[in-house]
Structure formats: structure tokens, C-alpha cells
Design a protein around this ligand. Structure first.
Ligand SMILES: [Cu+2]
Length: 220
């Protein structure tokens, strides 16, 4: 998003014990900088999607976090490196992954079932992952000179945060992948059709390709 130059692939794996493994590999991120990242949306809702350029309400050329919220929904899970993963940790940049000197960003965490909002696994294919933080003026850091102060952070009572630090860099819609539940041939066919449909939607979207994969349940 937002000409960030960032690309990432995320794999969400719903494990048999109800926990969720999240693996993200990305490049082109603002180097040596933290990138807030979240699963956005709501359980049971099909209404959300990655925002297009039209979401840029104030016409500054960037879809800011608050401008995208109507499309991708509120923070559902904060993809922190440790500790709390609720919405309350949305801007906990001291626990967000940091891109390396070359702008590569890798993340892996398994979030226990008890720590996930109700209905997370059942709603996976209607959720989105958004990674925040970009470098609009090409100086390899977040600074106020580029886009000014973050309207979003300010709305949460945090002043002096550059807009660059909070604007979305990638957004990806979760697509189903692999077999789900029992392994009948007809079930597989349905799943394939679903995959194609979601693929079409994803092409309209964004920088991040997202895949959800459920363990194949083998039968004796
Ligand atoms: Cu977010």
C-alpha cells in the first residue's frame, strides 16, 4: 500500500489445539525500524477488505491508518513479538518486529487459543493482515518532515509520532489454502473453488499475499 515498496507473505496456520501460528516474511520495509502489524477485521463479519487509493479522504496521496479502518476493520489481533496480543497492544512498538538493515522483516509466533478473540479461527478467511510503517521521503527512517504527525497516534493520545510510522505499508486478505477438515473428494472440490474466488479478490488488493492453511485431518 501507499507506494511503500514493502512486500510480505503471511501464512496463518490453525493448529489442532486451537492456537494460531503466524509466520510472516517480508522485504522492502523501513530499515532498523519497528513495524506495527495487526490482524484487522471482526469475527463473523464478511464486510472487510483491503482499501484502495479511494480511501485517501484528505487527498495527501496516502491511505492513513484511520482512513483505512472503514475498509479493513478495527485491530482484531496485535501481532506482537511477545506478551499481550489484544487491540490494546496495537501501537506497542517496543514489542513489534523490527526490519533489519536491509529492510527485511521476519516474524513467527504461535498465539495460544486462550489469547485469541472468540471465533478467530472460524473467521480467518474474512480477516486481513496490515503492516504499518513506511518511508515516504526515502531517508530510511520515520520522520515528521515527510508526512507530518500521525493523526492516528494522536487520536490515541500519543503525540509526536510521525505519520510515516503508522501509515499502512502492506495489506493482505486471507485466502484459504490446502484441505480443510475431512478429506472427501467433493469437499476438496469445493475448497478449490473457494480458493479461486478468493484469489480473484486478492488480486485487487495488496502487497501481502496471505494464506490460511488448516491441518489435514487424516482418517484411519
Ligand atoms: Cu493495523
Amino acid at each position: 500500500m501507499n507506494d511503500s515498496g514493502s512486500h510480505a507473505t503471511a501464512t496463518l496456520t490453525a493448529l489442532d489445539n486451537g492456537s494460531l501460528r503466524v509466520k510472516i516474511t517480508g522485504s522492502g520495509f523501513t530499515p532498523n525500524s519497528p513495524h506495527a502489524q495487526h490482524i484487522h477485521g471482526a469475527s463473523g463479519s464478511h464486510a472487510f477488505m483491503c482499501p484502495g487509493p479511494g480511501a485517501d479522504k484528505n487527498g495527501d496521496g496516502q491511505v492513513a491508518t484511520e482512513e483505512g479502518l472503514a475498509q479493513y476493520g478495527d485491530v482484531f489481533v496485535s501481532l506482537t513479538t511477545k506478551g499481550d496480543t489484544s487491540k490494546a497492544s496495537g501501537l506497542a512498538v517496543d514489542r513489534m518486529p523490527v526490519a533489519d538493515t536491509d529492510g527485511n522483516l521476519d516474524y513467527e509466533r504461535t498465539i495460544p487459543a486462550a489469547q485469541l478473540p472468540k471465533g478467530t479461527v472460524d473467521s480467518l478467511q474474512h480477516l486481513h493482515i496490515v503492516q504499518h510503517g513506511l518511508d515516504a521521503n526515502g531517508n530510511d527512517k520515520y520522520d515528521l518532515a515527510a508526512l507530518g504527525e500521525s493523526v492516528f497516534a494522536k487520536s490515541l493520545g500519543v503525540k509526536g509520532i510521525p505519520e510515516e510510522a503508522t501509515n499502512p505499508a502492506t495489506c493482505g486478505e486471507v485466502m484459504p489454502s490446502g484441505a480443510v477438515e475431512t478429506g472427501g473428494a467433493s469437499t476438496d472440490g469445493i475448497e478449490q473453488a473457494g480458493l479461486l474466488a478468493f484469489g480473484g479478490i486478492a488480486l485487487l488488493g495488496a502487497g501481502a499475499a496471505l494464506i490460511t492453511r488448516r491441518r489435514i485431518r487424516t482418517t484411519a
